[in-house]
Design a protein. Sequence first.
Lengths: 112, 112
Amino acid sequence: NAGVTQTPKFQVLKTGQSMTLQCAQDMNHEYMSWYRQDPGMGLRLIHYSVGAGITDQGEVPNGYNVSRSTTEDFPLRLLSAAPSQTSVYFCASSPTGGKGYTFGSGTRLTVV
Amino acid sequence: AQRVTQPEKLLSVFKGAPVELKCNYSYSGSPELFWYVQYSRQRLQLLLRHISRESIKGFTADLNKGETSFHLKKPFAQEEDSAMYYCALPRNYGGSQGNLIFGKGTKLSVKP
């Protein structure tokens, strides 16, 4: 039982490049979310999903896309990377909303 | 508006001293509150759920609805308690509870 797995752990992008951050969970959780963590800002919600085929925007969705074609996977796409997207990204899942989220180990992204 | 406030960015104590990490919230309804802990460069881990009223690693937290607070306490701090602590509550979506809203976090430093 791996829990929530995020790849890659580290990534450096050039401004304007696109990439996908992967997130997979093997706990059959319905809820999945993406957060970004920045110093002094806490964790801010980017996008979330309440089940396969259902996604919605969080607090800071601009510049990011998501899809949820299966219960297990919830990839986050950066369309055209900007230095303001330099951050640590965490994926999390929960069996239902607000019930003890399990977090992945994070992806540390630097955009130069 | 739903909000979580952690007024202290940094809390520094000596080993063996009592610790209280403050958390205040605003929420319409009866929230389920959480404390998460993040050790250096690691994933967030669930420390406490108020609804379970359990003690983890010597930490306890009591929900005070009158003061809208959920402060985290430990009578005797240990050096291994040094970490970032986040208070969180679920967003209220029409009466059901969804994704977590996080405070900005308090960094606890326990000195020998």
